[in-house]
Design a protein around this ligand. Structure first.
Ligand SMILES: O=C(O)CCC(=O)C(=O)O
Ligand SMILES: [Fe+2]
Length: 262
């Protein structure tokens, strides 16, 4: 493996699909998210920098403290507000936005969030909540530029970007974990400020990790959030409803589908 610095091996390191976890219906009715699934082991030689953890100056400066067994970074002003607003407007014009029909306890329902998804190689796929994500290839020039900007600053590569469009504060994403195969998930926020909440994830039969408390903060316009390492194993995250917010927000979640056959 290219790099899993300082981490001990866990069953998840064997490239098996991540445990498919259903969020209790009572927690987040209807809009609960299931984990994304990826399918098999990586061809690392082809995308060597996909599995490199973020470290170095940027990481040291922006690490969020107080999240035991997680590695999370946040920069409030990753890009300036003028650029963020321009990118927001341009991205709303993509023709690839759609609202997936998911399957929740065997029943179809239409997700409130629109998404658009791009991959660097046409063979890459992703699924969540019983839905095969519509992948687009190649990236349009603006997305290529944004991904390059994020990659260069962090020093890691990405092969997939999933965009989420929250048209207003009624649109949200329920408590969920993403697959650990996404070694690094970098999420750029454009538009309205929204609250981000992290919740300790306690597996059946396990005790709460000492010091692991719910943590929330506001994701600014032009901010970058990065989750890596064991974060997905030990924490859930959500963007709750905030009905007073009338403006839209787009998040670009840069990901690594490295555990797929190519
Ligand atoms: O919009 C965000 O910042 C979070 C999105 C998210 O958690 C996801 O796409 O898995
Ligand atoms: Fe997520």
């Amino acid at each position: 493996m290219a790099s899993r610095k300082g981490q001990t091996s866990s069953p998840l390191d064997t490239c098996q699909p991540y445990a498919h976890e259903r969020v209790k219906l009572a927690e987040t009715p209807l809009e609960s998210e299931l984990d994304h699934l990826s399918e098999s082991c990586p061809s690392e030689a082809q995308y060597p920098n996909c599995e490199v953890d973020i470290e170095g100056e940027w990481a040291q400066e922006h690490e969020i403290k107080g999240l035991p067994d997680a590695t999370v970074f946040y920069q409030h002003e990753f890009i300036d507000e003028v650029t963020a607003n321009q990118w927001y407007t341009q991205l709303t014009e993509l023709e690839t936005w759609y609202r997936p029909t998911l399957s929740m306890y065997g029943k179809p329902y239409v997700q409130s969030r629109s998404i658009a998804s791009y991959v660097t190689s046409p063979s890459l796929t992703a699924r969540y909540s019983g839905h095969s994500v519509k992948m687009n290839h190649p990236y349009p020039p603006l997305l290529e530029e944004i991904q390059r900007t994020v990659s260069e600053r962090l020093g890691v590569g990405f092969d997939h970007v999933m965009l989420n469009w929250y048209q207003d504060g009624s649109v949200h994403i329920g408590k969920h974990r993403d697959t650990k195969e996404n070694q690094v998930i970098a999420s750029l926020s454009l538009g309205a400020k929204r609250t981000f909440i992290m919740h300790p994830h306690i597996s059946k039969g396990e005790k709460k990790v000492a010091g692991a408390e719910v943590k929330k903060w506001v994701l600014g316009n032009g901010s970058l959030l990065v989750m890596q390492g064991d974060t997905q194993e030990n924490w859930k995250h959500e963007i709750p409803k905030e009905p007073k917010i009338k403006e839209g927000r787009i998040s670009l979640t840069f990901r690594q589908l490295v555990h797929q056959k190519r």
